[in-house]
Design a protein around this ligand. Sequence first.
Ligand SMILES: [Zn+2]
Length: 163
Amino acid sequence: MNKDGHVLNAVLLSIGLGYVLEPAGDFSTFRTIAEVLIPVTLGALFPDVDTAFGRHRKTLHNFGVLGIFLAFPVVFGNLQFVWIGVLTHYVLDLLGSKRGLALLYPYDEEFSVPFGVSTSSKYANTVMVAITAFELAIAAALVYVAPAYLPQTVLDGVTTFLA
Ligand SMILES: [Zn+2]
C-alpha cells in the first residue's frame, strides 16, 4: 500500500473509532476522534521508516515492533492508540500489495496472503476502504459484543490500551 493509502486508512479508521468509542455524535465524539487521529496516523506511517532505516517490509513490519507499541501504554502509560496504526499498516500491506511481510523478523521469510491486490491496482483504494470498514466492524464488536463474553481480567487489560 502507498503512503497516501496508509494515511487515508488511518484518518477514516480514526473517525470511525471516534464514533465507536463515543457514539453520541456530539463534542465527546469529536474529542475522541482528535484523541485517536494523530496517534493512529503516526502508527500507520511508522513501519515504512524501514525504507530508510533497515530493510523494507522486514525491520519494522513484524510482530516484535507491534508488541513494543502494545507494551508502551502498559509499561510507560503513553503512546496509546499508536499500535492500532501499526497493526492496520500491516493489514493494508498484506492485502493491498502482492509482496509479503517478514512478520517473524529477524526470521527472513515474508508471509503474504493469496488474495491481495497489487499496490498499483485500480482497486487499491476500494480494498483500503473495505479493510477500514471491516476493521471498524471488529472494533465495534470488541467494544459492544465481546464484553458480555469476556472475563473481567481480560476487559481490564483491554481498557488499559484504550484509556
Ligand atoms: Zn509498509
